[in-house]
Write a protein of this length. Structure first.
Ligand code: PMV
Length: 318
């Protein structure tokens, strides 16, 4: 049984986070500039089932059997065993690493799950469809996030720009032009689980207002899909700003996020919004290709901990 390497990209949500939890559509794209990786090597010396996890970035070196029942890595292995209908998984050493910053809205947990699950299946000679990997990773996401919509595991497992809506088949988006995007890290750790549960409390306290916010975000997302497909960068920027205004209203922005967004817009960005759960984490900024390096420097000077430059290109998602 040869060793294998399985990778999965980060992701960013262009439109519709939070509203997607309430059944509205959202748009997400993979961020291949950041990756999670699972390297699985056979351990022929082990007599009984031995699955050893080594993740030096978080100082983890532990046997699967020693992980608590609800540990995400354990759930991933259990999901795979269940799917393959096997009682024991072949003994192996699993090295996990990631360049995706954690708790920043870039899908680090889902990327680890996708890389691991795909790797575990590949290691035993099974080639899964993206849907199979996504569905299994969703079970792990439930443990991480409590009430996830499923957008993270879906966009990461397919590694394509998608429009996602709960209970509906995933749709792929083919951009009509090249879009330049900066993803700037506020340096404040976000917390998706907390953000999602706080939004739920507010929704329960004032359902009609929040339903209206989600409805508006859903409509913005539908318009945004059209602008991506027709390559209308100006309108797309305006829609990002409109989406951000609603994210502020539902209470998931943060002063550091607002500050970076204001800076980006003051320096010529077409649009900017937070991405992911919020309360910190990253913003996404739509820019002119020629001004991207300069704006990136400005965002760093304004306090961004890191800036990623990525392009959304035609033909990559069809
Ligand atoms: O913070 P992230 O990157 O995991 O994104 C969360 C997106 C939400 O819509 C807030 C939650 C969800 O499950 O869709």
């Amino acid at each position: 049984m040869p060793g294998i390497i399985s990778t999965a990209p980060g992701k960013t949500i262009l439109f519709g986070e939070h509203a997607v939890v309430y059944g509205k559509p959202a748009i997400a794209v993979p961020v291949n500039e950041k990756m999670a990786k699972a390297k699985i090597l056979p351990n022929i010396s082990a007599r009984t089932e031995s699955i050893q996890f080594i993740a030096s970035q978080i100082e983890l070196d532990m046997e699967y059997s020693q992980l608590e029942q609800k540990h995400p890595l354990r759930i991933a292995v259990d999901e795979v065993k269940n799917f393959l209908q096997i009682e024991n998984y072949p003994s192996c050493k699993i090295f996990l690493e990631t360049s995706i910053p954690i708790s920043s809205g870039l899908g680090s947990s889902a990327a680890i799950s996708v890389a691991l699950i795909n790797g575990l299946l590949n290691f035993v000679g099974y080639t899964p469809t993206p849907k199979i990997v996504s569905d299994l990773a969703f079970q792990v996401e439930i443990e991480f996030h409590g009430n996830p919509s499923g957008i993270d595991n879906t966009v990461i497992a397919y590694n394509k720009a998608i429009m996602f809506q709960k209970e509906k088949p995933v749709e792929f988006i083919n951009p009509g032009a090249e879009f330049s995007l900066l993803i700037a890290d506020s340096g404040i750790k976000g917390n998706t689980k907390t953000a999602v549960s706080e939004v739920r409390e507010r929704w329960m306290a004032d359902t009609s207002t929040f339903d209206l916010y989600f409805e508006k975000i859903g409509n913005i997302t539908l318009q945004a899909r059209e602008m991506i497909e027709t390559g209308d960068i100006f309108s797309l920027g305006k829609l990002m700003n409109a989406n951000q205004e609603l994210l502020v209203k539902i209470g998931v922005s943060h002063s550091s996020i607002d500050n970076l967004i204001d800076t980006a817009l003051d320096h010529g960005a077409f649009g900017a919004k937070l991405c992911g759960g919020g309360l910190g984490g990253n913003i996404i900024v739509l820019v002119n290709e020629s001004s991207a390096p300069h704006l990136s420097d400005i965002l760093i000077n304004a306090g961004a901990a890191d800036v990623i430059y990525m392009k959304l290109k035609p033909g990559e998602s069809a």
